[in-house]
Write a protein that binds this ligand. Structure first.
Ligand code: ATP
Ligand code: MG
Length: 872
């Protein structure tokens, strides 16, 4: 049997033989595109080339791309596990032409690869072509159909509508017709019974689409109209797992050598056999699939978390844990134990898995355990609340709350309820879900206008060398977000750094030759294009400007960026080489750095890192920057490259002393200019990942001054003792001494008070009555006296006190046990009497207290209690 590794390689070899450049997969997690969280198709990494924002380096490219379809436009999550051919994460094989070959070659090569290289039977293949759309004045794609007719008979070429056969990048931008290749993998006997032609696009699990060839030939404008695309693009995508299934003669993706070892391992751990119980099979497929997604997103730098992309990943993990819990009886973490098997299957093609094995396992285990705890709390909560639900129907709101806060999918809630003969108001649940989606849409809704072109030209970044640059406007457009309007401007030359790699974008001004200057409040990168944000367009769009950045902010940011590099190196020196960057944020105020490490840093380690960074600052290393280094050479020099980053063939390296990193950001000219450095916080952000925040330069100076000021203030409070520490120690010792004295004093006073009460005792019908009416700050003193009296006078005794502190009255009653046995009840007595002080209280039969608001009623309240004795 030809293995999946061989199939992946054969695809690359084939397109290499057709003069394609084979490129690596881009990371699955996307960091610099506001419209997309995860790579969902092979074309994502070429979006800037297709949009014309980046030059075409290789007109023909092919690769295998890690894709994830769990959010936004492509969301297959709910299918995964239930069917046999959709995954959350999958590999997409693809070939591209940027303004080079078009439909003829794309079709010929796809056919050649499938039928000649892989020898898939021709009579099992079908293709679709775009049927045309009258409302767009688009004709049938007869061009593609004619090429297909060279290989297949006409009846195997099926017309498809706009939904299936017209591809669009987004609301605007490149688009065009597409042709899909479908394959019928059913066993012979079934094929005889039903013609495969009838099953294409009918969601039959064994008559499925494997390859989509997109022919981009139009550009969709904001008003909805189409114009021809100047450089036509071929963009193809083939599901690797589906291809393996077809080539290996299997009926399910999960029966291929990509999944079987994992499925077997799941069976081993959970004591289940794949193929025996349909419910267990679904669960095993879910776990096998989601395992890959979580492992790859961790290696690509997206850890599970409670926001955005991290939350999507967390929810996928929870889905797998939940299937394992419910259907495989896995009540303990287990997925992390599958990682070694995953590495056996995919480790060769994706070395990042083995390189980050420990991190993946730790993060997974911790996430699994924390969700299992939530799951059990949630289940208990739900079960406890069941009887209170009316009519056996759980409200949609509650079900949604369980979903939203406990991560309970609707089907889990339904399952638990079914066991109790109850149901969920699904309509209500969906309404809540829709409401939440609408809220999210409103918050995210952005309306972008078409670009208005002012002049031709390629934007150029001058900000590594200049802080102000002579420039002109190339294009601009209006953007509306949450009812606020602003403009985006593209400049011919610009010193403004556009936010990337954690470094925030520059702010500054566009200064015309005459007239008012325009504020630039942010600079961001959109598909590799630097866009400058402003609330107001300059008066003379056509004119010449000086683009000037706010150098104070830029310098502060640069100090933090360079310090980040120095700290990265120092962390590896102090903690070990397992330290790897997991995230970074650099602004004028601070630097934030996330890195892999498995325990809290000790104060000594933090101090040691600070010392080393400061030593590197004092060494005053000048920046050594190389803008076009071949990536292999940079790595050979020891430059730290991150998994999960997208690098071109040429990279920029930044060196300060022995620290060398691949980096596109801006830096201070020499480390000495950073001046000062301090770590201000060190914390955990998830299992195995720590976060440090640190400050440099003026911000650090202010931070240190604030600490000094606090010390001076303490000294002042201590009346300028020469030695502050000794002053504080003495204060604490004095305090302790005084507390001791107070305790003794109180004891003495209590004794005196008790004696006075005893002296004034009364006799009422043979019962000894002790009465106390006076202001007393401490109720504990009264309680203390009450118990002492009871000890001293165990028979026929009643103590009643009406005391007050700060105008707040309280009542206390203590009775000897024989009186309680005779029917008196202290709790009832105070409760009743408390009305006269506008309060309430109660307690045991022998001892009770009450508090109130009206101190004027205190005497009356005490008398009403004494009266009870008279009635006794
Ligand atoms: P389908 O209709 O089967 O969901 P699609 O139209 O969404 O497929 P495309 O967007 O054209 O697929 O993606 C190109 C190829 O990627 C498909 O032909 C298919 O082989 C594969 N593919 C798409 N989605 C998935 C998935 N969720 N899991 C595995 N492979 C997929
Ligand atoms: Mg799909």
């Amino acid at each position: 049997m030809i293995t999946s590794k061989e199939i992946r390689q054969s695809f690359k070899d084939f397109f290499q033989s057709k003069e394609h450049r084979i490129v690596p997969s881009a990371p699955m997690v996307i960091k610099d595109d506001p419209t997309l969280m995860f790579t969902n198709a092979g074309m994502n990494q070429f979006k800037d080339i297709i949009l014309g924002n980046a030059p075409v380096k290789y007109p023909r490219v092919a690769d295998s791309q890690k894709c994830l379809r769990v959010s936004g436009k492509h969301n297959d999550l709910e299918e995964v596990g239930h069917d046999t051919y959709h995954h959350t994460m999958f590999e997409m094989l693809g070939n591209w032409s940027f303004g080079d070959y078009f439909k003829k070659e794309a079709i010929a090569w796809a056919w050649e690869y499938l039928t000649e290289v892989l020898e898939l039977p021709k009579d099992r293949l079908y293709v679709t072509v775009f049927e045309g759309a009258a409302e767009e004045s688009l004709e049938r794609d007869n061009e593609a159909a004619a090429y297909w007719e060279e290989y297949l008979s006409k009846e195997r070429i099926i017309n498809g509508n706009k939904h299936d056969n017209f591809w669009e990048m987004g609301d605007t931008g490149p688009c065009g017709p597409c042709s899909e290749i479908h394959i019928d993998i059913r066993p012979e006997d079934e094929r005889v019974k039903t013609d495969g032609l009838l099953l294409v696009n009918q969601s039959h699990p064994q008559v499925i689409e494997i390859w989509n060839l997109v022919f981009m030939q139009y550009n969709r404008k904001a008003d909805g109209s189409l114009e021809p695309l100047p450089a036509k693009v071929i963009d193809t995508g083939m599901g690797f797992e589906r291809l393996c299934m077809a080539v290996q003669g299997k009926l399910s993706n999960y029966d291929t050598d990509l999944f079987q070892p994992i499925i077997r391992k799941i069976g081993e751990i959970s004591n289940a056999l794949y193929g025996e119980d349909p419910a267990k099979d679904v669960a095993m497929r879910v776990v096998a699939d989601h395992l890959r997604t979580i492992a790859f997103s961790i290696t690509d730098g997206q850890l599970p978390s409670n926001a955005k992309a991290g939350y999507v990943i967390r929810r996928i993990l929870r889905r797998a844990v939940r299937y394992g819990y419910t259907f495989l009886g896995m009540h303990e973490s287990f997925m992390y134990r599958l990682i070694p098997t995953l590495i056996e299957v995919m480790g060769d093609a994706y070395p990042e898995l083995a390189a980050q094995q420990i991190l993946i396992e730790k993060v997974m285990k911790e996430e699994e355990e924390s969700f299992l705890r939530t799951l059990e709390t949630g289940i208990r909560l739900l079960e406890k609340n069941l009887p209170e639900q009316e009519g056996g129907v759980l409200s949609g709101e509650v079900a949604f709350q369980l979903y939203d806060t406990f991560g309970f999918p609707l089907d889990l809630t339904e399952l638990i309820l079914r066991e109790h003969g109850m149901t969920v108001d699904v309509g209500g649940f969906n309404t809540e879900m829709e409401k939440q989606k609408q809220r999210a849409r409103n918050a995210a809704a952005v309306e972008t206008g078409d670009w208005t072109k002012v002049r031709d030209g390629e934007p150029e970044f001058t900000g590594y060398d200049e802080t102000e640059t002579e420039t002109r406007i190339l294009r601009y457009r209006a953007v509306k977000q949450k009812n606020r309007e602003f403009f985006q401007i593209v400049l011919s030359r610009s010193p403004f750094y556009a936010e990337m790699g954690g470094q925030v974008g520059d702010t500054g001004w566009l200064i015309p030759e005459e007239g008012e200057k325009t504020d630039i409040f942010d600079t961001k990168r959109e598909n590799n294009l630097a866009v400058h944000f402003t609330r107001r367009l300059p008066a003379n769009i056509e004119g010449t400007f000086t683009a000037r950045i706010d150098t104070e902010k830029r310098t502060a940011t640069e100090c933090n960026h360079t310090a980040t590099h120095l700290m990265h190196e120092a962390l590896r020196e102090v903690l070990g080489m397992h330290v790897e960057q997991k995230g970074s944020y650099v602004s004028p105020e601070l630097l934030r750095f996330d890195f892999s490490h498995f325990g809290k840093m000790t104060p000594e380690e933090i101090r040691e890192v600070e010392r080393r960074v400061t030593a590197k600052i004092r060494s005053n290393y000048p920046i050594e920057e190389h803008r076009h280094v071949p990536i292999e050479e940079a790595k050979a020099q020891g430059a730290m490259a991150l998994f999960g980053e997208k690098y071109g063939d040429d990279v920029r390296t930044v060196r300060f002393g022995s620290s060398i990193e691949l980096c596109g950001g801006t830096h201070i000219s020499s480390t000495g200019r950073i001046g000062t450095f301090r770590i201000i916080t060190e914390s955990a952000i998830s299992a195995g990942v720590r976060r440090i925040e640190a400050v440099t330069a003026k911000v650090c100076e202010d931070y240190l001054y604030a600490k000094e000021d606090a010390l001076v203030e303490i000294k002042n409070l201590l009346h300028n003792v020469p030695d502050v520490m000794q002053g504080i120690r003495r204060l604490l010792a004095d305090n302790e001494e005084m507390e001791k004295e107070i305790r003794e004093y109180v004891k003495e006073k209590t004794e005196q008070l008790k004696q006075r009460i005893i002296d004034k005792k009364q006799d009422i019908q043979g019962i000894t009555l002790f009465k106390l009416i006076m202001p007393i700050g401490s109720v504990d003193v009264v309680k203390d006296i009450a118990y002492q009296l009871k000890g001293q006078f165990p028979e026929k005794m009643m103590f009643v006190a009406g005391t007050s502190a700060d105008g707040k009255p309280s009542l206390t009653v203590m009775l000897s046990d024989d009186l309680v046995a005779g029917g008196l009840h202290a709790g009832n007595m105070v409760r009743e009497a408390a009305r006269q002080i506008q309060g309430g209280g109660g307690g045991q039969p022998h001892f009770a207290t009450a508090g109130g608001k009206n101190a004027d009623g205190l005497i009356a309240a005490v008398e009403s209690i004494v009266q009870k004795l008279n009635d006794y």
